[in-house]
Design a protein around this ligand. Structure first.
Ligand code: NAI
Length: 255
């Protein structure tokens, strides 16, 4: 897999899955814009790691729920690296609230970051790629909860369910422009979003036993798939989602 000469944006890439994707893309030759919201030190660390390995990267702070920021992210990427080939809508958060206790603020924030951010990230990246006349790749990091319920985390499920149809519909609309839109739906991956669960040995044991592969996944395992989807080798793949979950989603159906 080769990404030499390609330019990528990875939202939320100071941490977890986004960080692994940014490092993975850079290792294959892409220039990468690293985006973070709060943790500048971690973003700078990712930046340094890429530069030390001979790659190209820049860091941009901002909130993906703001359309004006998404446009800035794209404009500054093109200014720095000359073009845009790959947009990864990865930034995400959750409130772990149920239908009975979610507030308007919980709902608006999760939908704003996870769904609106990916929706306008897709739209604005596609407009840039169309203007550059070379096609492109849009990768949306959703979740197995784009399809399977997660009681107690309903705003997140609504946002990821929306991403499922964003990926399918935008994939169909953008195919004539040579732009593919593909979702990656991770299962349980060892990242800071799962800190509470991963710090509790009982919860880890319960989780591992629910996963047919017997363990949670690692961010690198998501990055390998994202790198292939970003490469020319995946030209004919669009408007669909890859589940990457050690079998978790299918196993939950047989409980
Ligand atoms: P994480 O907590 O390590 O990373 C979340 C990232 O989103 C951080 O880089 C953070 O800076 C960024 N972010 C949050 N709000 C933002 C905002 N308003 N603007 C810009 N960036 C913002 O967690 P993880 O696991 O790496 O999450 C990445 C994606 O993977 C998320 O979309 C998450 O829903 C998804 N995912 C994670 C799973 C897991 O088990 N870790 C499972 C399924 C999906």
């Amino acid at each position: 897999m080769d990404l030499q000469g390609k330019v990528a944006i990875v939202t939320g890439s100071d941490s977890g899955i986004g960080k692994a994707i940014a490092l993975g893309f850079a290792a294959k030759g892409a220039a990468v814009t690293i985006n973070y919201y709060k943790d500048q030190a971690s973003a700078e660390q990712v930046h340094q790691q890429i530069i030390q390995n001979g790659g190209k990267a820049q860091v941009i702070q901002g909130d993906v729920s703001q359309i004006s920021f998404l446009q800035e992210l794209i404009d500054r990427t093109v200014q720095a690296f000359g073009r845009l080939d790959i947009m990864v809508n990865n930034a995400g958060m959750e409130t772990r609230t149920s239908i009975l206790d979610s507030t308007e603020q919980d709902f608006d924030r999760v939908i704003g970051v996870d769904l609106k951010g990916a929706f306008f990230g897709t739209q604005l990246a596609a407009k840039q790629m169309i203007a550059e006349k070379h096609g492109g790749r849009i990768i949306n990091i959703s979740s197995i909860h784009e399809d399977r319920p997660m009681p107690g985390n309903i705003p997140y499920c609504c946002a990821k369910g929306g991403m499922r149809m964003l990926t399918r519909t935008a994939g169909v609309e953008l195919a004539p422009h040579g732009i593919t839109v593909v979702g990656i739906a991770p299962g349980a991956i060892a990242t800071p979003i799962n800190t509470e669960t991963l710090q509790d040995p009982q919860k880890v044991q319960k989780l591992n036993s629910a996963i047919p592969a017997g363990r949670v996944g690692q961010p690198d395992e998501i990055a390998h798939l994202a790198t292939w989807l970003a490469s020319d080798e995946s030209n004919y793949v669009t408007a669909c989602t890859y589940f990457i979950d050690g079998g978790l989603a299918e196993a939950s159906l047989s409980l």
